[in-house]
Design a protein. Structure first.
Length: 260
């Protein structure tokens, strides 16, 4: 088995931690496998762009992974904690990539302050209270139309027009059996309703992902690994609750989605 997992988000959402958690999880599950990965730091501490990768090769007879970084069009699974970071890193997907994304955009405080100053004369602008400026939302909506990230938790199939071999590709939302699958949910709002803060986003999304990838990320195995990964009992219970909540969301999503 060769598996490439790409995680993206902004600083403070737990993307780096999630990458570390999964690498350790797979090291335990496949002790003789090759496990590689990397992560970004630096500006991530100021709500900047964050990425992490997890690369697994279980059959080492012929080595296929030589770098911790996932190449363009090389991700099998993408976990996007923030939707605009998914768009920023979209060159990582290929025809069969499965994408799980939180569909609530998060604007860094520094950007929000700049936007408030520059758009003070635009009607209805109140960035601090999370009422996004109309011009920003129009741009986000346009990006969504141009890319295969469609709201309202719909199951989407994607065809990539890659005839010219360029990393800049046109995306068309069509029904193709060999296309990518995107699942998007507003995890941020749901988490705030259930928990005191949004710090559980990474484990909630992992619980959601595990429901659909049970052959790779068994929920029971992840739950058991939390006991070994954490020392503090409070941390164990909090993260187990996050994982379980994500699993429940996935079950609800599966019941509510419309058949294609």
């Amino acid at each position: 088995m060769i598996l490439n997992i790409f995680i993206c988000g902004i600083g403070g959402q737990g993307a780096v931690f999630l990458g570390s958690f999964l690498r350790n999880f797979f090291l335990r599950k496949y002790p003789n496998a090759l496990i590689l990965g990397t992560e970004s730091r630096g500006v991530s501490q100021r709500e900047g762009s964050v990425i992490a990768s997890v690369r697994i090769q279980t059959d080492l007879k012929s080595r296929a992974i030589f770098s911790p970084e996932i190449p363009p069009m090389g991700a099998d699974i993408v976990i996007a904690l923030e939707p605009l970071e998914l768009l920023r890193n979209f060159s990582i997907v290929h025809r069969n990539t499965i994408i799980f994304t939180n569909n609530e955009p998060l604007i860094p405080k520094s950007s929000a302050q700049w936007m408030l100053q520059k758009t003070s004369n635009i009607e209805g602008t109140n960035v601090i209270s999370h009422s996004k400026p109309k011009w920003l939302m129009n741009r986000v909506e346009q990006m969504i139309k141009e890319n295969p990230v469609k709201p309202k938790s719909e199951k989407i199939l994607l065809k990539i027009n890659d005839s010219n071999g360029s990393l800049l590709r046109k995306f068309q939302i069509q029904s193709y059996s060999n296309a990518s699958q995107i699942m998007d949910v507003n995890f941020s709002t749901l988490i705030l309703d259930e928990f005191e803060g949004s710090s559980q986003l990474n484990l909630v999304m992992l619980g959601f992902v595990s429901y659909f990838l049970e052959n790779t990320l068994q929920f029971r195995d992840l739950l058991g690994f939390i006991d070994d990964f954490y020392v503090n009992e409070i941390s164990k219970e909090r993260n187990k609750k996050g994982l379980e909540f994500g699993g429940l969301l996935a079950q609800h999503y599966e019941k509510m989605k419309e058949p294609i």
